[in-house]
Design a binder for this molecule. Structure first.
Ligand SMILES: Nc1nc2c(ncn2[C@@H]2O[C@H](COP(=O)(O)OP(=O)(O)OP(=O)(O)O)[C@@H](O)[C@H]2O)c(=O)[nH]1
Ligand SMILES: [Zn+2]
Length: 252
């Protein structure tokens, strides 16, 4: 069997049902919104697709929902800017997928618990301590449905836009062939620098640009020429001439 014939090894019984496939014109470009029902938990899920994604090495973002960051523009986290940067990258590549995972809010603890966790962070706890103080897991996300959606779309292997090695491992456990981890780095702001540091130091996220911000050399192997290496945050760093280019400590 050739490499191209290797299908994703998803669980034998898929729980998703494709319900709708419609054109979605966006400010990023022409997408298709493909809607699924996860019959296992009655949750609605959606994948945004650009171009032909039936093949190998498809640029892919598996994005955990974040109402505060994705919709309200919160600067507490970098989710909204990652969402924009991922869609820009997918369209620029000519083909790609973004799976937007509902049920992942607050790393799986839900919106109200995340808001409580954010309040605790204002009182001095870090993002890990805050979840634990609430008696909740640090990360309760499951990626089965993402694997099933990628399989349904005919994606055979992904270049995953993520800084989170645990997300890669989790997808691989569900049979997703991850051919490459592509960094999705957003310039930090004063509001989220500590939060990002905690992700780097306690959750194992690969965020070498934080060291650059402090003027320290990065030990990470990310290529400085990778156009996705450091996407500009929309707030408070408005899109500028550095868009999509590596950033020096002086420019942040
Ligand atoms: N519990 C909790 N969740 C948060 C907080 N801030 C953002 N989130 C959630 O974190 C999720 C995103 O996960 P992250 O750990 O930031 O990043 P990731 O998706 O694992 O990794 P990347 O692929 O690199 O973006 C979203 O569902 C957000 O709602 C917080 O302070 N506490
Ligand atoms: Zn967020």
């Amino acid at each position: 069997m050739s490499k191209a014939d290797v299908a994703l090894d998803v669980p034998a019984q898929s729980t998703i049902e494709r319900v709708v496939n419609t054109r979605l014109s966006t400010s990023y470009g022409e997408l298709r919104a493909i809607g699924y029902l996860d019959c296992g938990n009655a949750r609605e899920q959606v994948a945004l697709v650009h171009g032909d994604v039936t093949g190998q090495d498809v640029i892919t973002r598996v994005h955990s929902e974040c109402l505060t960051g994705d919709v309200f523009g919160s600067t507490h986290c970098e989710c909204g800017d990652q969402l924009s940067a991922a869609l820009r990258t997918i369209v620029a590549e000519g083909a790609g997928v973004l799976v937007y995972l509902q049920g992942h809010e607050g790393r799986g603890i839900g919106l109200l618990s995340k808001l409580k966790a954010m309040r605790l962070q204002d009182e001095g706890l870090d993002t890990v301590e805050a979840n634990l103080a609430l008696g909740l897991p640090v990360d309760a996300r499951d990626y089965r449905v993402a694997a099933e959606i990628l399989h349904d779309l005919g994606v055979r292997s992904v270049r995953l836009l993520s800084n989170n090695p645990r997300k890669l491992e989790a997808l691989r456990r569900y049979g997703v062939q991850v051919s490459e981890q592509v960094p999705l780095l957003i310039r930090p702001n004063e509001e989220n620098l500590r939060y990002l540091r905690t992700k780097q130091e306690r959750l194992g996220h690969s965020l070498p640009h934080l060291d650059d911000v402090l003027g320290q050399p990065s030990t990470d192997s990310v290529s400085p020429n990778d156009p996705t290496r450091l996407a500009s945050a929309s707030r408070p760093f408005s899109a500028d001439a550095n868009e999509g280019r590596p950033t020096t400590p002086d420019s942040v």
